[in-house]
Design a protein. Structure first.
Length: 327
């Protein structure tokens, strides 16, 4: 059995879709609330559904049946400012699960984030050493909480302390795809563009406030959630692989490229409006992210990433532009 924390969320529910398609037993840990988040799980056979506050009681009862914990649960909003809440959910729980997996010899795959890289001044190389991690300066509490846990993990590994039989941290870049609809303002840009195109026939992007980037030319490493799931599935099949790895495509693309791909998926002529970036965002805005993927490739993962145009077309046509957008 595999236990997935945050299993009702965006990436977690896509991982569960793959696991159940493969015939694996899955237990979900999450809160579903009063909106339609439950629909992320509605098509899949689950062994159990556990609230986060009941997690360790469940582990005490069912722990011997668990092969691996995939830890996707977190407060993922980069705008959240309650740092105590972030520490409780993102850091404390991660440490407790790391220690439980170490004690019970259970494999542990967890979500880190490209937000740990901060403004990118130190690059996007996923070198998993204490020295390399010490150079990074996350820009928000969310990224900092992920970074603190990465540093704790690497310090334990370097010190030769006990650890899970397999441990992997994945630094997710800009992920898009089905089942992200509950995320509100934190949805991918594609998910924001689609309703704007359908209602207004155009999209709105930030102007550039740097002379070396044209409007809409700001760059991100956009990765389809199906590629993320491919990485997780591969790791489950290769339990000897451990480390801190980027999860991106290795190729930065512009927001204008993303907009054109979304219009193309709908067979519509692109119409892009550029608006001023809020003044309070300009000083901490990232103009470029691009995952260095050499380490994961060297570990043996060799599946090519989905091209942006293909990934967006799949997302729009198979999910966003249908009566049932859930995977």
């Amino acid at each position: 059995m595999i236990l997935v924390t945050g299993g009702g969320g965006f990436i977690g529910s896509n991982i569960i879709a793959r696991l159940t398609e493969e015939g694996r037993e899955v237990t979900v840990v999450d809160r579903l609330g009063t909106d339609d988040k439950w629909r992320n799980l509605a098509k899949h056979r689950l062994r159990d559904l556990v609230k986060p506050e009941a997690l360790f009681g469940h582990l005490a009862r069912e722990g011997r049946a668990i092969e691996a914990i995939i830890h996707m649960g977190a407060i993922s909003a980069t705008t959240e400012r309650d740092v105590d809440l972030i520490v409780e959910n993102n850091l404390r729980l991660s440490i407790d699960l790391w220690e439980w997996c170490t004690t019970h010899k259970v494999r542990f795959i967890y979500a880190s984030s490209a937000a740990t890289y901060g403004d990118g001044a130190e690059g996007f190389e996923d070198e998993g050493t204490s020295k390399a991690l010490a150079r990074l300066r996350p820009l928000n509490p969310y990224g900092w909480s992920k970074h603190v846990f990465d540093r704790r993990v690497i310090a334990d590994v370097e010190a030769g302390k006990p650890r899970p039989p397999q441990w992997v941290g994945l630094k997710f870049f800009n992920v898009y795809g089905p089942n992200e609809y509950h995320k509100g303002t934190m949805k991918s840009v594609v998910a924001h563009m689609y309703p704007d195109i359908m209602a207004q026939g155009r999209v709105s992007l930030f102007k550039s406030h740097r002379p070396d980037y044209v409007d809409g030319g700001q760059l991100r490493d956009f990765i389809s959630v199906r590629d993320v799931v491919d990485i997780v599935s591969w790791l489950l099949d290769h339990e000897g692989v451990c480390g801190l790895f980027n999860a991106g495509t290795g190729r930065a693309r512009s927001f204008a490229d993303l907009a054109h791909a979304t219009f193309a998926a709908l067979n519509r002529k692109p119409e892009i409006h550029y608006r001023e970036m809020p003044a309070d965002l300009r000083a901490r805005y990232q103009y470029f992210t691009e995952a260095q993927m050499d380490r994961l490739r060297a570990a043996g993962f060799n599946k090519p990433p989905t091209a942006l145009e293909d990934g967006v077309a799949d997302y729009v046509r198979r999910y966003l532009d249908t009566a049932d957008p859930y995977r």
